[in-house]
Design a protein around this ligand. Structure first.
Ligand code: NAD
Length: 481
């Protein structure tokens, strides 16, 4: 078992102030694979103090030099990619090929995107022709606390730590206690890339401990959080006392509107997209809304596709889906599957219990319910597992009404051969993102939601600006440089 008890503070790996062990469980076999420490107030304070001390020099470092240092993280990633993918796979259950091809590459993908967008930042810009001598300067917000989940662990770290450092902020990362190992490797990448001491710090811990300590800390100017809507609300309340900026990326219950004129491959795409990452994606298209005229054939096809999806251990090569992250999630998903049955939805694939052939590991059957109606629990609540709800609709207006009748608003999806309809719906759907006909967001697009999915905008120029504070200056002499 790996000993990963130390925290990365002020450029060094240091022991926790008080020992408090926490085992990291491999969800494929339920065995502990590493031991970390859960931090204490003294650890959080030390990390925040290091970040605060490093802030003046880092924020004054020329942007091009900050970019050069951040770019150095990519070389570390390249050199240690396999180790990185294996850590993600072991701690959160992503099958190794998926960890190599989808999870780990989120780091270079977002870093390259941020570095490109970074070039376009005008640090001091004229206010406008109506106000000569007035300028707006973009300033780093200060010390930031980064709190991340386990489901796409390095995706979230890259979307926060990279733009924070580029913007000139210093940071303290508290990764999920379920998936700390990739985060600790990321800290090593930062160290070996020469990021100065105190600019990036990492303290492991749980939400009630380090999470809450960062959220309430008077020297932390901003919390960037990704995780559940429940924790997002708790953080907002905790942060209110110090009036820090809080950006939230939260849960989702995406609608996927499938029309009779959609390309044939749309059904298969929809099912696979839902089951990918074992359904543990906040932007999963978990409600498949199907036009009545193609409803029966869609349900039959969806069942057929779900039954081809294999389940297996994360260390096995192949295109199967892995286990869900932990026992709590497994129990919760089983509860939702039972609720679906009890509330009268029609189970067409998968179902409760462990898949055939498994007696340990947090594996879930790829499950499909048809005849789901608006208001059923599995239609309302985020399940965060491989469970798809299929809902029939008669008219486009009804589809939009069902899609929008949710507290969430992260990503909605449209499958239609009519460009007019697709464009119309893209504007009507209440979400931060709409993806049509299987086309994913382009490089430089942000990720973010509306309503209870949170209102952060991560990625590209928007994701950098989240860590900057505009300052209005009058009497600025542009000729003075
Ligand atoms: P979670 O909210 O339980 O935990 C996320 C992080 O917050 C962890 O680091 C945890 O320790 C910490 N935390 C928990 N309670 C806290 C508190 N009161 N104060 C401070 N920190 C606290 O979520 P999870 O189970 O790790 O992740 C799954 C959730 O994340 C799902 O709801 C999913 O939709 C959401 N998610 C959203 C996005 C997005 O970009 N919108 C992306 C990925 C995951």
């Amino acid at each position: 078992m790996l000993n990963k008890r130390d925290f990365y503070i002020n450029g060094q790996w240091v022991s926790p102030a008080k020992p408090r062990d926490c085992q990291v469980i491999n969800p494929s076999n339920e065995e502990p694979c590493a031991v970390i420490s859960l931090g204490d107030q003294a650890d959080t304070d030390a990390a925040v103090a290091a970040a605060k001390a490093a802030l003046p020099a880092w924020s004054a470092t020329p942007p091009a030099e900050r970019a050069r240092l951040v770019r150095g993280i990519l070389a570390q990633y390249e050199a240690r990619l396999e180790e990185f993918a294996e850590a993600i796979s072991m701690e959160m259950g992503a099958p190794i090929d998926f960890a190599r091809s989808e999870q780990a590459p989120c780091l270079p993908y977002h870093t390259e995107g941020f570095l490109k967008a970074f070039e376009s930042i005008e640090w001091v810009r004229p206010l406008g022709p109506q106000a000569p001598g007035s300028a707006v300067a973009m300033e780093p917000i200060g010390v930031v606390g980064l709190i991340t989940p386990w489901n796409w662990p390095v995706n979230q770290i890259a979307l926060k730590a990279i733009p924070a450092m580029l913007a000139g902020c210093t940071c303290v990362l508290k990764p999920s206690e379920e998936s700390p190992l990739n985060a600790m490797l990321f800290a090593e990448f930062c160290h070996d890339a020469g990021i100065p001491a105190g600019v990036f710090n990492l303290v492991n811990g749980d939400g009630a401990g380090v999470g809450a300590q960062l959220s309430t800390h008077p020297d932390v100017q901003m919390i960037s959080f990704t995780g559940s809507t429940r924790a997002g609300k708790a953080i907002s309340k905790a942060a209110a006392e110090t009036l820090k900026r809080v950006t939230l990326e939260l849960g989702g219950k995406g609608a996927n509107l499938l029309f009779a004129d959609a390309p044939e491959k749309a059904v298969e795409w929809s099912v696979r997209k839902m089951m990918s990452n074992t359904g543990q994606s906040c932007n999963a298209p978990s409600r498949l809304l199907v036009e009545r005229s193609i409803y029966d054939q869609t349900v039959a096809k969806a069942k057929e596709v779900a039954e081809t999806i294999k389940v297996g251990a994360a260390d096995q090569p192949g295109k199967h889906i892995g286990p869900v992250v932990n026992k709590r999630q497994w129990d919760q998903i089983q509860g939702y599957i039972q609720k679906g049955i009890d509330e009268g939805a029609r189970l067409v694939a998968g179902g409760p219990g462990l898949p055939e052939g498994f007696n340990r590991g947090f594996y879930v059957n790829p499950t499909i319910f048809a005849d789901v109606t608006p208001g059923m629990t599995i239609e309302r609540e985020e399940i965060f597992g491989p469970v798809l709800a299929i809902i029939p609709f008669e008219t486009e207006a009804e589809a939009v009404e069902i899609a929008n009748d949710t507290p969430y608003g992260l990503t909605n999806y449209v499958q239609s051969g009519s460009p007019e309809r697709a464009n119309r719906l893209a504007r009507q759907l209440q979400s931060g993102m709409v993806e049509m006909n299987g086309k994913s967001r382009g490089p430089g697009a942000f990720f973010g939601g509306v309503k209870q999915s949170g209102r952060a905008r991560e990625g590209g120029i928007w994701g950098l600006e989240e860590f900057l504070e505009p300052k209005a200056i009058s009497g600025w002499d542009f000729s003075a440089g």
